[in-house]
Design a protein around this ligand. Structure first.
Ligand SMILES: [Zn+2]
Ligand SMILES: [Zn+2]
Length: 120
């Protein structure tokens, strides 16, 4: 193996593919904790559009793991996810979903954690 493909090129193509599959719209379906029901069950934020908070400039959607749990993967593992497991996220939904997944993981870790921790 002599030639190496720069990872950035791959990632940019992947981002474009994910955004195209999502029609440039955030694919959050309420995992962020916000109720997107009035928007058809899906976040209305579109890439390059303006979010609810004006004055922040155009929204830049992210390509990240579609499953909330996978948003907690370390970057090198997240970067290895295939396109089928990625979704377009607006920054608000991405951050909130990631926080919620982290909390859920902590809660389940505490529930299944070593008894000694609670056996005081
Ligand atoms: Zn969103
Ligand atoms: Zn959302």
């Amino acid at each position: 193996m002599t030639g190496r493909t720069p990872p950035l090129g791959d990632q940019r193509g992947l981002w474009q593919a994910v955004l195209a599959a999502a029609a440039g719209r955030c694919q959050c379906r309420g995992t962020c904790g916000k109720n997107h029901d009035k928007d058809g069950g899906r976040c209305p934020t579109v890439h390059g559009g303006y979010g609810r908070r004006h004055g922040n400039g155009p929204v830049h959607l992210l390509a990240a793991a579609a499953a909330p749990d996978s948003l907690l993967l370390p970057p090198h593992q997240a970067a290895a996810l295939p396109k089928a497991e990625l979704a377009a996220w607006c920054p608000d939904c991405h951050d909130a979903t990631r926080r919620a997944a982290g909390k859920a993981r902590q809660a389940s870790a505490a529930a299944t954690g070593p008894d000694a921790l609670f056996d005081l």
